[in-house]
Write a protein that binds this ligand. Structure first.
Ligand SMILES: *[C@@H]1O[C@H](CO)[C@@H](O)[C@H](O)[C@H]1NC(C)=O
Ligand SMILES: *[C@@H]1O[C@H](CO)[C@@H](O)[C@H](O)[C@H]1NC(C)=O
Ligand SMILES: *[C@@H]1O[C@H](CO)[C@@H](O)[C@H](O)[C@H]1NC(C)=O
Ligand SMILES: *[C@@H]1O[C@H](CO)[C@@H](O)[C@H](O)[C@H]1NC(C)=O
Ligand SMILES: *[C@@H]1O[C@H](CO)[C@@H](O)[C@H](O)[C@H]1NC(C)=O
Ligand SMILES: *[C@@H]1O[C@H](CO)[C@@H](O)[C@H](O)[C@H]1NC(C)=O
Length: 524
């Protein structure tokens, strides 16, 4: 009896415990599903903010303000003022906006457009995460400062102004942009002197920005799409390298080919317009010919193919069911190539690239060495999030499987190196932490605001042994040598010159790391 008397009691408690357990699990599952569902609907339900990356993002974003040309409105950079106000005026154009390229006062259209495309991409994927740390408006404003310029630089369908300033004259002076007295000649490409890569990159910038502004300013967004379509037609119809049409660009931003930019522009135009002819262009029409399938390369302002591979993988991950079979087969080739690239980035994969420093930083070129690790980290975090969002559990590298988290860890390793976890214990992001470069190769940063300098005598500020009087906050400098040393010296432009595209790239990867979140399956 005793046994029987206790039995119902034991049974009762067992049921209670089980029911509670089931309820707890069900609640957890429901929360996850709800979170996933609202994610898909575009509501942001991101994970906790990683303060270190939030701080770094807020700092990196400020370099766009450091680089602005034109009439500044509410500038947060106290030592910057209006400059370049009459750029383009002789030709009847307003080319006052846009951003200076690096430590000088040149506006180079090819890298400036690449900056805009990468910044658009970051906003499209991680706008909600930027918003979570109050950086979204800043990112949109910075992008628009460039696209306003690009629109004005495209006054008729087959003419694009690709440069403001003469680099030889400019580099003979050491002046703040605010006190520039030089001639500011314009350079264009047109039907007799075409520039396919610069026209196509500008089309990519405008098509991606069209998506960013779609819900914010529809008229502006539509205008960007129209310019992008015209520029792509110009680039594709009048094929020729701008390095041939305008040989003087070779010493600054030489292009090694334009097939990558044609694919890049057409991919963005497909996403911006949903026009299937652009999808056909990148797949059955030109994929085999221009795509370099199964031959991964390094992304840079010169080579957009890795960007194309990751962006078209996105289409394969999320939109493959709407794509016809022949096109889909080509998309899979892009994705396969992207996976080969991801496998080469993962440090312990069987196909890991040997292009690394001893502490694990991707290292490919001596000039601006941080371009490749930071750009690759951005692509890795994107790919990782495409895998997560699509429920793709594994990536196979010669038979070894890796999870999305491995790609994210790789991206984190590169970013942490940049932010100071390196043998020099130096943050390569100016303004972040206590120890960062003080002699950045940057005219405006190195000359006191109240100094009166002409063209030549300004060089005394290049020569000066004092640190820069104005902090170029947010500058991502060129970076370390392969032996992980860095010489903080103002005339060391190889290592110490920042650029606006470096900033767009670090902004991209930091936005992806600032909190954990799935990406939206479709752009706005
Ligand atoms: C600039 O700041 C002022 C004062 O805060 C504000 O009223 C104005 O709207 C701002 N202008 C722009 C373009 O942000
Ligand atoms: C076309 O571009 C070339 C190269 O920049 C330039 O020399 C030429 O003057 C331009 N043609 C016209 C009609 O402006
Ligand atoms: C520019 O690139 C082209 C094509 O790759 C090459 O032939 C040329 O030598 C390069 N020019 C310079 C100055 O490096
Ligand atoms: C800067 O230094 C160089 C070499 O050290 C010297 O030739 C030049 O005169 C200096 N320029 C100025 C403006 O001080
Ligand atoms: C590191 O590499 C640079 C560039 O190759 C070289 O100039 C420097 O002497 C090297 N430093 C050390 C400590 O090996
Ligand atoms: C700065 O470096 C350049 C080469 O990169 C050199 O021609 C120039 O003389 C250097 N200037 C000074 C002041 O050291």
């Amino acid at each position: 009896m005793v046994g029987e008397g206790r039995k119902p009691k034991g049974w009762f408690w067992w049921v209670v415990v089980t029911v509670i357990g089931v309820l707890v699990v069900a609640a957890a599952v429901l929360t996850i599903l709800k979170d996933f569902h609202s994610k898909l609907k575009g509501h942001s339900h991101h994970g906790p903010v990683v303060q270190k990356y939030a701080d770094a993002l807020g700092i990196a974003m400020q370099f766009f303000d450091v680089q602005k040309s034109g009439k500044l409105v509410n500038s947060s950079i106290s030592w910057r003022g209006d400059s370049g106000l009459t750029d383009g005026s002789k030709e009847g154009l307003d080319l006052s906006k846009g951003m200076y390229d690096a430590g000088d006062a040149m506006k180079f259209g090819f890298p400036m457009a690449f900056t805009a495309t990468m910044l658009s991409w970051a906003i499209l994927e991680y706008g909600d995460q930027m918003d979570a740390v109050k950086q979204l408006g800043h990112a949109q404003d910075s992008l628009r400062w460039i696209t306003d310029y690009l629109i004005n630089a495209h006054p008729s369908p087959n003419v694009l102004y690709i440069q403001v300033g003469d680099p030889d004259l400019d580099h003979k002076c050491w002046q703040r942009p605010e006190s520039m007295t030089l001639q500011r000649p314009l350079t264009q490409v047109n039907t007799s002197f075409p520039g396919t890569e610069v026209a196509a990159e500008t089309a990519a910038a405008m098509a991606s920005a069209c998506l960013v502004f779609k819900k914010i300013d529809f008229a502006y967004s539509s205008s960007l799409l129209m310019h992008a379509q015209q520029l792509f037609a110009f680039a594709d119809t009048y094929q020729g390298s701008y390095s041939v049409a305008v040989p003087s660009v070779q010493r600054f931003y030489n292009s090694s080919g334009y097939g990558d930019e044609l694919l890049w522009a057409a991919s963005w135009l497909y996403l911006a317009s949903a026009d299937r002819s652009y999808l056909r262009y990148v797949t059955i029409d030109h994929g085999q010919e221009l795509g370099n399938w199964r031959r991964p390369s390094w992304i840079s302002w010169n080579d957009k193919l890795p960007g194309v591979q990751v962006l078209l993988s996105r289409v394969d991950f999320f939109g493959a069911s709407e794509v016809p079979t022949a096109e889909n087969l080509a998309l899979q080739m892009y994705r396969e190539t992207a996976e080969m690239m991801m496998c080469s980035l993962l440090p312990d994969s069987p196909t890991a690239t040997p292009s690394r420093t001893e502490s694990g930083l991707i290292w490919v070129t001596e000039w601006n060495s941080l371009l490749h690790p930071v750009a690759s980290a951005f692509l890795a975090v994107l790919y990782s999030d495409y895998m997560l969002t699509s429920g793709t559990e594994a990536l196979f590298c010669s038979g070894t499987s890796y999870r999305p988290g491995h790609l994210r860890d790789f991206a984190i390793s590169q970013v942490d190196y940049v932010l100071g976890e390196n043998p020099m214990k130096l943050s390569y992001l100016v303004g972040f932490g206590e120890n960062y470069p003080r002699y950045v190769h940057h005219r405006g940063s190195s000359i006191p605001v109240d100094a009166t300098t002409g063209c030549q005598d300004g060089f005394k500020w290049l020569n000066s042994s004092a640190p820069n009087p104005n902090v170029a906050v947010g500058a991502l400098v060129g970076g370390p040598f392969q032996n992980e040393t860095y010489s903080d010296s103002r005339n060391n432009s190889m290592q110490g010159e920042p650029s606006t595209y470096n900033s767009a790239l670090i902004v991209g990867v930091l936005s992806g790391l600032v909190t954990t979140s799935l990406v939206a399956k479709s752009f706005p």
